[in-house]
Design a protein around this ligand. Structure first.
Ligand code: UDP
Ligand code: MG
Length: 309
C-alpha cells in the first residue's frame, strides 16, 4: 500500500532552543500512529542564532527533514507561503516552532483529514498560558475583523492547521504582498472542520511578535480581509459634513436674527481642530490601502531563498 505523505511546515525565526525538541515530538506523534511517510520542512526566516545550524544537522541524520532558508527575515506569513509552495505532501500541516502548537494533535488532524475534511484548523482555547494582554488584544482583533469583513474569522484560529493538497494548490495562486492566511482560508471553501486545543507555554526563547509587529499584523489582517474602512471614512466624513452644515445654518441664524454675531473663538478653533483630525484619520485609511496597492504594483516576490535541500 502506498502510504500518503504528510508535510509539516515550520516557520522558524531564532528558535535554536526549540528546533530539536520539536522534531522529536513530531516524530513521536507519527510513530504513535505508525505513519512514516512524512517530511518536516523548517523555513528559516533569517534567524541570527544557531537555528539553521541545528536544522541542517537534523537533516543530515534524518533525510525527512528539509529546510528552506531565506536571505533575510521576510515574516511569518511569507515563511508559511514558502513552506506551502515547496511541500510535497498530500496534506500539509503548518505549526509554530515554539511548541505552543502541540504536536500531539497531529494524529487527530490526520484522522479528520482521512475522514474527508480538506481543512482541519485549530481553535485556541485560552488558558492561563497566555498573558492577559495577549488575550485581550486577540479578542479585540477578532471583534474588529469580524465586524468589518464579510467572511467570519473564528476567534482563536492561528496558523496551526492541516490543508489538503487541493487547498495547498489553490493557495499557490495567492501571491498578494500582505499575506494573511487566517483571513484567506475561510474564503476558499472546501470541507473545513475546527478542533479545539489548549496552547502550551513557549518552550524556549521569547515571542517573535513584538507589540509593534503584532499591531502591524492586525492592521494587515483587517485591511486585507475588508475594504470597509474606506467606506467607513466616507460615512464619517458625510456625518460631520452634515453637522457642519447644521452649525452653518445656526451661525447664519445668529448673525441675522440676534445681536451676538461675534461668535466665540472657542467654537471656531474647536471645529477646525475637529475637522482637521477627522481628515487626518481619513487620509490615514486611504494611505494604508494606497500603500498596499503600491507594494502590490511592484509585484515583488514574497520571499527570497538563500539555500535549501
Ligand atoms: N516567526 C517567523 N518570522 C517572524 C516572526 C515569527 O518565522 O518574523 C515564527 C516563529 O519562529 C514561530 C512562529 O512564527 O515559529 C510564531 O511566532 P511566535 O511564537 O513568536 O508568536 P506568538 O506565539 O508569540 O504569537
Ligand atoms: Mg508562539
Amino acid at each position: 500500500m502506498n502510504e500518503l505523505k504528510i508535510s509539516i511546515v515550520i516557520p522558524t525565526f531564532n528558535e535554536e532552543g526549540n528546533v530539536e525538541i520539536l522534531y522529536q515530538k513530531i516524530t513521536e506523534a507519527f510513530e504513535q500512529i505508525m505513519h512514516s511517510n512524512f517530511e518536516v520542512i523548517y523555513v528559516n526566516d533569517g534567524s541570527s542564532d544557531r537555528s539553521l545550524e541545528k536544522i541542517k544537522s537534523l537533516s543530515q541524520t534524518d533525510s525527512r527533514v528539509r529546510f528552506i532558508s531565506f536571505s533575510r527575515n521576510f515574516g511569518h506569513q511569507n515563511a508559511l507561503k514558502a513552506g506551502l509552495d515547496n511541500a510535497q505532501g498530500d496534506a500539509v500541516i503548518s505549526m509554530d516552532a515554539d511548541l505552543q502548537h502541540p504536536p500531539a494533535l497531529i494524529p487527530e488532524m490526520i484522522r479528520l483529514w482521512k475522514e474527508g475534511n480538506e481543512v482541519v484548523y485549530s481553535i485556541r482555547k485560552d488558558g492561563k498560558e497566555l498573558s492577559f494582554f495577549k488575550k485581550m488584544t486577540s479578542k479585540l482583533f477578532y471583534k474588529i475583523v469580524n465586524y468589518l469583513s464579510d467572511t467570519k474569522l473564528e476567534e482563536g484560529t492561528a496558523d496551526f492547521r492541516l490543508l489538503d493538497r487541493k487547498v495547498v494548490n489553490a493557495l499557490r495562486n495567492y501571491n498578494e504582498s500582505n499575506l494573511f492566511f487566517r483571513g484567506i482560508i475561510p474564503t476558499l471553501g472546501f470541507k473545513q472542520i475546527g478542533i479545539p486545543y489548549q496552547p502550551q507555554e513557549r518552550f524556549s526563547g521569547t515571542t517573535k511578535y513584538s507589540f509593534s509587529k503584532m499591531l502591524k499584523f492586525a492592521l494587515t489582517g483587517i485591511t486585507s480581509s475588508s475594504a470597509k474602512p474606506l467606506y467607513f471614512s466616507i460615512y464619517l466624513g458625510l456625518f460631520f459634513a452634515f453637522l457642519a452644515f447644521l452649525y452653518g445654518i445656526y451661525a447664519i441664524y445668529i448673525s441675522i436674527f440676534t445681536n451676538d454675531a461675534v461668535l466665540g473663538w472657542t467654537s471656531l478653533i474647536a471645529s477646525i481642530l475637529f475637522i482637521g483630525g477627522l481628515q487626518l484619520i481619513m487620509m490615514g485609511i486611504v494611505g494604508v490601502y494606497l500603500g498596499k496597492l503600491f507594494t502590490q504594483s511592484k509585484n515583488r516576490p514574497n520571499y527570497i531563498i538563500d539555500e535549501k535541500n
